[in-house]
Ligand binder design. Structure first.
Ligand code: NAP
Length: 475
């Protein structure tokens, strides 16, 4: 058998495992994850109210339950974990599907003031990620600024506007539900540095903002008109044209009296997060104008938007994994059709798929063809890879090193504990939000001497000084 390790159990890892076992009956796959829970961003990134997308977990589950696939959770690879070199010894091939683990920075003064968060921190909190900050994101906030015009920005704006009746049936952790239910945030400003025709959200997600109870979407017609493509959107690609049409309809509607407003703002780039007595008080933006080439230039005119909560939603970023090459500019591992390149040459037996291969773009389904391409490369290389004899079952080798992975039974025990927690709260499934409760639940499926020993608060390898995202007009 060709023994393959897939590192990461998000969509790209699961689609890679699926493609491997479907295309070759002589392959067995271990899917490793540093968390005891599978599914990556489907569990910890997709917004809780997007139940249809979340139900993709059922498809990914069938992959991880395949007879030639094994889930090994609570196993860290890289620094402070199993070194990449050791993994190469234990398997014929390793496919890294580790995603893009951090957020891009704005690189502006005040960005780190209390009350200014990356959208990923906020998403992790309401998604019950065990590394999430236990913070009062919305306490005392009346106005929130979300910087960025992608689908994550739309997700966090929508979550801020949702009421308890809509959030309660989700699997959101109880503390986040209580905090959002008590939230007094009434104005949510979603701010883009370019125009409406360049926003990155998809139309389905945009439209959803218009159907939120007791929430009005406000669009300034003058800001739309500043985009040359607005007056004649016929030349735009269909997706952008649809966005512009939705925005036009909102700009033309009469004002309503609602409890909350989502204000979509364009041609404003953030230049500073302003301090109000040691806490975020506002964001200063410079008005921009189109440069005729898809970018923008500054006008020297400024506008401050009051906010006690700032969510920076300007994209994810891949982080280096010890022992693997890394392209710091792109935030990806250099590769050729999924084969890892070391100093420009193919590294035999090492592969990548998903965001760490192509960058943080596309929807979940984009990972399917991406994984398939990598698997095609790997299976082409299989005859050469099989030439190497492997020492023993990798699970035995991991245990000999003192690593006790959370296997499928451990994950199922976590699922049961989440159903039980939900029942005691009078809700459906409610996620366990911290390492201690995950560990206790996973351990309940095992004899005491085999209780997994994943550290209580293991963070991913985040280099302290990632370069800030470069404003588009400076690229
Ligand atoms: P994204 O789509 O890349 O959007 C990033 C946004 O941040 C853009 O509007 C970008 O503006 C802006 N930005 C970047 N640097 C900036 C700066 N220095 N100052 C001001 N604005 C800046 O990223 P994302 O929203 O994190 O989404 C990541 C991926 O996940 C996307 O492919 C997305 O579709 C996907 N996703 C999908 C769903 C869904 O399907 N429901 C949900 C969540 C995420 P410019 O365009 O001017 O660079």
């Amino acid at each position: 058998m060709l023994r393959v390790a897939v590192v990461g159990s998000g969509p790209s890892g699961c689609y890679t495992a699926q493609s491997l076992v479907q295309e070759d009956p002589g392959v067995c796959v271990d899917v490793l994850d540093r968390l005891p829970c599978p599914y990556g961003l489907v569990r910890y990134g997709v917004a809780p109210d997007h139940e249809k997308i979340k139900s993709l977990q059922n498809n990914l589950r069938t992959v991880l339950e395949h007879e030639r696939v094994r889930f090994l959770g609570g196993v860290r690879v890289g620094a402070d974990g199993i070194p990449a070199e050791r993994l190469r010894e234990l398997y014929h091939a390793v496919v890294y599907c580790v995603g893009a683990a951090t957020d891009r920075h704005l690189g502006i003064p005040g960005e780190d003031l209390p009350g200014s968060w990356s959208a990923t921190e906020f998403v992790s909190w309401y998604s019950a990620h065990p590394d999430a900050a236990d913070a009062a994101f919305v306490a005392d906030a009346r106005s929130a600024v979300v910087v960025g015009m992608g689908n994550v920005a739309v997700d966090v704006a929508r979550m801020l506007a949702r009421g308890v009746a809509e959030l309660s049936p989700t699997d959101m952790p109880q503390a986040a539900l209580t905090a959002l239910a008590d939230s007094r945030v009434a104005d949510i400003h979603l701010v883009g540095r370019r125009g409406p025709s360049q926003a990155r959200f998809t139309t389905k997600e945009l439209r959803e903002l218009g159907s939120l109870p007791d929430t009005e979407v406000v669009v300034d017609p003058a800001e739309l008109a500043a985009d040359p493509a607005y007056t004649d959107p016929s030349a735009l690609p269909a997706a952008q044209r649809r966005n512009v049409e939705v925005l036009r309809a909102w700009a033309e509607q009469p004002p309503r009296r609602t409890a909350r407003r989502i204000r979509l703002r364009f041609f404003l780039r953030p230049v500073e997060v302003l301090d109000d007595d040691g806490h975020v008080g506002a964001v200063r933006f410079e008005r921009t104008e189109p440069d005729g080439q898809g970018g923008v230039t500054g006008t020297g005119r400024y506008e401050d938007i009051e906010a006690q909560l700032v969510l920076r939603s300007v994209g994810y970023r891949g982080v280096p994994l010890a022992g693997l090459p890394f392209d710091a500019e792109r935030g990806t591992v250099p590769n050729l059709a999924g084969r890892v390149l070391r100093a420009g040459a193919v590294a035999p037996g090492e592969y990548v798929a998903g965001w760490i291969k192509r960058g943080p773009t596309g929807v979940i389904g984009t990972n399917r063809p991406c994984a398939k391409e990598t698997v095609t490369s790997l299976l082409e290389d299989a005859p050469a890879l099989l030439g190497r004899e492997l020492p023993e079952d990798p699970l035995t080798a991991l245990r000999a090193q003192g690593i006790e992975p959370v296997e499928w039974a451990g994950w199922q025990a976590i699922e049961r504990a989440e159903a039980e927690l939900g029942a005691t709260l009078g809700r459906g499934v409610v996620k366990l939000p911290d390492w201690a409760s995950l560990r206790a639940a996973a351990g309940s499926a095992l004899p005491p001497d085999l209780v997994p020993d994943f550290p209580p608060n293991l963070k991913p390898d985040l280099p302290p000084d990632l370069p800030p995202a470069l404003p588009r007009d400076l690229r």
